[in-house]
Ligand binder design. Structure first.
Ligand code: GLY
Length: 578
């Protein structure tokens, strides 16, 4: 059901003249833009390209590229569009990370991870009975961290954008107001989400007064359009101050959350030095803490560089065994050492050093699985949601973005009157000091909730270069599996010399130290390989898909950008311009 005409906000009547001119020129831009919605299909172009979870979002970014924007501009437009078309993870109420490589080979990283509110404290997830409560930790107003996405995009644009800010936000306002067609997959997931939601604003945002949308229906989000319009006109002040901030803080007060308008005004995105490593001559540029992704992946690559992975073969039991042992060790280090570097001294250099890798290799038996010991630490729960997208422009500027609400649809709380979902990222902090259990809770000190601290993440937006030239833009959602998905993309490209789409399509595995088991994508490995791993002492679990690696590869022969939406999501899409 469309919103009654009396409550509709006419879009064009409120837009500045410059935007009306942009709207008028949109068909001309579209004519230059090649859009392909089919996952698993590759598109090639010497121009710019965007690969993301939704074809409309990729198109929003590709049109910015076609109109003269650079890769950062396109990443911002795509990110705002995903906040409309991919509500389970695209967001303005969450946070994430952006890694940028410039055409001259320099690189940087932007951290717009959520932070704990000023009133946070390590025992804040303990219930009135004195016990740790998973419900409070993951599914309450207290689970919401101060959002970072809008500040991150604003900072990225101020530092490195080339195009007018309003032009980048405008496509998302139109998508929210005019709506977009729901796929079968998205209609189904919204129906399931709304059915279990206790929040009236959430039910109103994603159903017709509680009646689920059907595939093919148009989803219009007028309150979200209003929030995006405030961002379009006032940049991050349109989110962290004024009406949106007031509505968000009001919802926090109503639901027993902690975020205040002061917390929102105090939020700052940070520019950080990326993690840089090398793997058999390829340059690896990835996200530093508060994500664990770059450090853990480079640690694993350093360990694996000591073995001839190419001759061991792709997804053979012998190569997988070494990968699993590298994963086991890097994920243990992750749990022990990694957290927000503004609060904790993280030994980045040591963990990514060749000396540390050599010490780790010395503990690996090439024929027997090690045993993960939970004696000193253990790990917590982390959702498989999040979303990744990749951008390359015609000049070779590359941007890799992974951002998230944490769980699918985050906290499930839509801010009444503002139309966007809030994250439940506080769940990525450890649950309670000293509470460490074999079932997967962690109580180690570095990643406890403290005022203003950023929670540890696994997001691994990554860029690869070779001989000084851009080689690939990669990343994935998937909670803690993210780091291993990206690791396997690197190994597929470097060791097994795959191109696209093979490197993205190849079956994936995951081991995260604890619980001590290997999960394997369905149909990824032969029965004989599974048996060989078990004979080495590994516990193997076969499960569904792992990750959605919407990536771009630079064909070394032609220099073309080759975009492959990961076919694991039939809704994904790439868009490029010639
Ligand atoms: N919430 C998922 C991550 O940050 O890795």
């Amino acid at each position: 059901m469309d919103r009654p005409a009396s409550r509709r906000r006419p879009l064009l009547g409120r837009l500045p003249v410059v935007l009306l001119a942009l709207a008028a020129s949109a068909p001309a831009l579209q004519a230059q833009t090649l859009v392909r919605g089919a996952p698993g299909e590759t598109i090639r172009t010497a121009g710019g390209m965007v690969v993301s979870e939704h074809p409309e979002a990729s198109r929003a970014g590709a049109e910015v590229l076609a109109a003269g924007g650079n890769a950062v501009d396109a990443a911002i437009a795509t990110g705002f569009a995903l906040a409309v078309t991919h509500p389970s993870a695209g967001n303005i109420g969450g946070g994430g990370f952006m890694v940028i490589r410039f055409p001259d080979g320099a690189s940087t990283a932007l951290d717009f991870r959520e932070r704990a509110p000023g009133a946070a404290y390590p025992e804040m997830f303990v219930g009135s009975d004195g016990e740790y409560s998973s419900e409070i930790h993951h599914r309450s107003h207290r689970a919401v961290g101060v959002p970072g996405t809008v500040a991150g995009f604003d900072k990225a644009h101020k530092l490195y954008g080339a195009m007018n800010w309003e032009r980048l936000v405008y496509p998302s306002v139109v998508l929210a107001e005019d709506g977009f067609e729901l796929s079968e997959r998205l209609a189904g997931s919204l129906a399931r989400f709304v059915e279990r939601s206790p929040y009236e604003a959430t039910i109103q945002a994603y159903s017709r007064d509680g009646v689920p949308y059907a595939p093919g229906d148009t989803l219009r989000q007028y309150d979200l359009a209003g929030s995006l319009r405030r961002i379009m006109l006032n940049r991050s002040d349109g989110f962290y101050r004024g009406e949106t901030a007031r509505l968000l803080a009001e919802e926090m007060r109503r639901g027993g959350g902690m975020i205040t308008e002061t917390d929102l005004m105090a939020y700052r995105a940070r520019e950080r030095a990326p993690i840089r490593g090398s793997y058999r001559g390829w340059e690896v540029i990835s996200m530093p803490p508060p994500s664990s992704g770059g450090v853990a992946m480079v640690e694993m690559l350093e360990i694996l560089e000591g073995y001839d992975m190419e001759s061991l073969g792709h997804n053979t039991s012998r190569s997988l065994h070494l990968m699993i042992e590298a994963m086991r060790r890097a994920y243990r280090d992750r749990a022990v050492y990694l957290a927000d570097p503004d609060y904790v001294d993280v030994p980045i250099h040591e963990l990514t050093s060749e000396a540390h890798a050599a010490a780790q290799r010395a503990t690996i038996d090439r024929t027997r699985a090690s045993v993960s010991s939970p004696a000193d630490v253990a790990v917590g729960t982390e959702s498989f949601e999040t979303t990744h997208y990749s951008v390359v422009d015609a000049d070779g500027m590359a941007v890799s973005v992974t951002y998230t609400l944490e769980a699918g649809f985050g906290s499930g709380i839509v801010v009444p009157g503002a139309g966007f979902l809030l994250n439940n990222e506080m769940g990525d902090f450890n649950g309670r000091p000293g509470l460490t259990t074999e079932t997967g809770l962690i109580g180690t000190d570095p990643n406890l909730a403290r005022p203003g601290q950023r929670m540890l993440s696994s997001m691994t937006p990554t860029i690869l270069a070779r001989n000084g030239e851009l080689a690939a833009v990669i990343g994935s959602p998937g909670g803690r599996t993210i780091i291993n998905t990206v690791l396997q993309l690197v190994i597929n490209l470097v060791d097994h010399r795959m191109g696209f789409p093979e490197a993205v399509e190849a079956g994936r595995i995951h081991h995260q130290w604890l619980p001590d088991r290997v999960s394997v994508e369905e149909d990824a490995l032969s029965g004989a390989t599974l048996e060989a791993l078990e004979n080495m002492g590994h516990t193997v679990v076969v499960r569904g898909r792992q990750g959605l690696a919407h990536s771009i590869w630079l064909d070394p022969l032609t220099g073309e950008r080759v975009g492959t939406p990961d076919a694991r999501n039939p809704d994904a899409g790439a868009a490029g311009h010639r």
